[in-house]
Design a protein around this ligand. Sequence first.
Ligand code: SF4
Ligand code: SF4
Length: 445
Amino acid sequence: MDGSNPLSTFPSVLDHRHPDAPAGVDLDKCVHCGLCLNACPTYRELGVEMDSPRGRIYQMVQVATGQVEPGPSYYEHLDLCLGCRSCESACPSGVPYGRLIEAARTEIVATRPQTRSERLLRWFIYRRLLPSRVLMKIFGAMLYLYEASSLRRIVQGSGVLKLMGKLGRVEPLAPSAEAPFFFDNIGRVFPAIGPKRARVAFHAGCISNVFFARLNEATVRVLQHNGCEVVIPEKQCCCGALHAHAGERDLARGLARRNIDAFLTSGADAFVTNTAGCGATLKEYHELLEHDPDYAAKSRLFVDQMRDVLEFLAEIGVAPGMAMMPVTVTYQDSCHLLHGQKIRNAPRVLLNAIPGVQLRELPQSEICCGSAGTYNVVHDEMAAALLETKMANVNLTRAQILTTANPGCMIQLRAGVERHGQRQRVLHVIELLDEAYRKAGTPRS
Ligand code: SF4
Ligand code: SF4
């Protein structure tokens, strides 16, 4: 057997394509069985084959084999994909859909003509803002002032948002900048509390340093309570997940090299992130850099040590010392933890380890909430429809706290509570652990 799909009826993939275009060997794994269809949020919502995983793969094959020229319809159907990778979990043939959609988007970005403003916006976001600590700080400070002054309330009350179309519709989704930002902790080392069990290097993200500074602090504290010395490598940078998802794989590679150098020299036993979306990309650096002679081996070493923080804590066994938390809790699986990293049990194990917590399973917790990076901004109508269904299920559980494992999901679910909820609190699992330790008054460093 040469590993190719014996049912394939497609001619050979064209050999003059972009080097990052979907690989024939990946496309050929799809046997068009359709077992993934019901797992796909966009197919469930629209019932359209071309907006299903099988349909999207079929379109990629048509483009790859030169049967169809890529055009607006191809771009639209691929663009409407959330990249949630739920289809990957459902697929019995092992189709690496996440890799395929990233590759297809990379080819599209490289070949589709862009307007000047599109080019400028992409250049600013992907090349300038996300990789730069200085610009992120300035951006965060501006947002903080916008919120802290009465400007946001004036804008929201003035009716001007209604005139701004999509921008006005998505403005309420904008998370709050959390001063003081987490940037000042980068480069620091936090001691373990109690006997030291491990030295851990924490990836603090890029946007999270501004919008989830308290979550990052909670993560460090929980690791300390669990006997970890926490180092936050000075030279770390944005993981490149947003770049890779948006078809900017070369930029993602540059960021990956910087992170690999920063973390491999940290002397840590494990590298952790609290962001499932980042974690999925950080764990796939070896795929991004497989053809880089200087980083192929180093990226595999890096990936071997990379863990989601919930995965890591479940592995080492969570330390006692938590207070009784008599609350009902449900858990929304973050797509990039469940489908991207195949981690289902760890968050549930940790929630069940908190004394008093009553965990209620969320129906369809494996289906995306509509967040998906910037998807809830770009495709706000589809995202809103998915969120409405999600919140109907959340309300069925009657849980007081809705937990998840990714900041992007938290933003979307908070908007969901606002629009359709029952005043549930939305927390990262690590924040509930942190509350339990703090309530018990477990000694702090
Ligand atoms: S990644 Fe998600 S939205 Fe995209 S095809 Fe797969 S299941 Fe559907
Ligand atoms: S992606 Fe997998 S499940 Fe979906 S049609 Fe192809 S082989 Fe079947």
